[in-house]
Design a protein around this ligand. Structure first.
Ligand code: FMN
Length: 159
């Protein structure tokens, strides 16, 4: 579990997160959350994440992260905005759970398509746009939102 400020700077990381990420607390806290970004993660997923949480909604997403020792680990992340008593945004929370292996296989397949779309573009905004288009195409083909796809993957998966 982690908490961030509104800009995505880590303000709290629990023991499990630190162990999985092979980070000391003072390496994680104060650092931007892309500290553990894995190069296999399509950029479009993070655009969707930020658009969703900035609009005040929560998001479930499959994410592969890179630990400081070079290991990688998949999670099903649940990212939510947090507000103070006056209703002002104070940051975001991310709770992560271990996904099932066949759910990861489905996410890898989708993310592979998104990465392929990015690879055909120059870096920057065009790559993110292509990534989001590939995601939208996949979702249109299955008639699902990303949220519905995540839940279908999660519930269809058999251990
Ligand atoms: C609460 C919260 C949790 C996040 N968790 C992760 C994470 O586990 N891994 C990750 O790569 N990015 C995470 N991010 C997204 C990063 O802030 C960043 O958008 C992403 O790593 C893409 O980085 P880049 O724009 O440098 O490519 C999280 C953001 C928030 C607000």
């Amino acid at each position: 579990m982690t908490k961030t400020d509104p800009a995505g700077i880590i303000t709290y990381a629990n023991e499990t997160f630190l162990r999985m990420s092979a980070l000391a607390e003072d390496e994680a806290v104060g650092a931007p959350h892309n500290l553990i970004r894995h190069p296999d993660m399509p950029r479009g997923v993070y655009r969707l994440m930020w658009e969703t949480i900035r609009s005040g909604q929560e998001l479930f997403a499959y994410v592969v992260n890179l630990a400081a020792d070079g290991a990688h680990y998949w999670v099903l992340a649940h990212v939510t905005p947090s507000y103070d008593a006056a209703g002002r945004l104070v940051g975001y929370h991310s709770n992560r759970r271990a996904p099932r292996r066949d759910a990861v296989a489905r996410a890898e397949e989708l993310y592979g398509r998104m990465r392929a779309a990015e690879a055909g573009q120059a870096h920057g905004r065009a790559a993110v746009d292509a990534s989001v288009r590939a995601l939208d195409d996949a979702l249109a083909a299955s008639g699902q939102t990303y949220d519905e796809l995540v839940w279908a993957i999660t519930n269809e998966a058999t251990a």
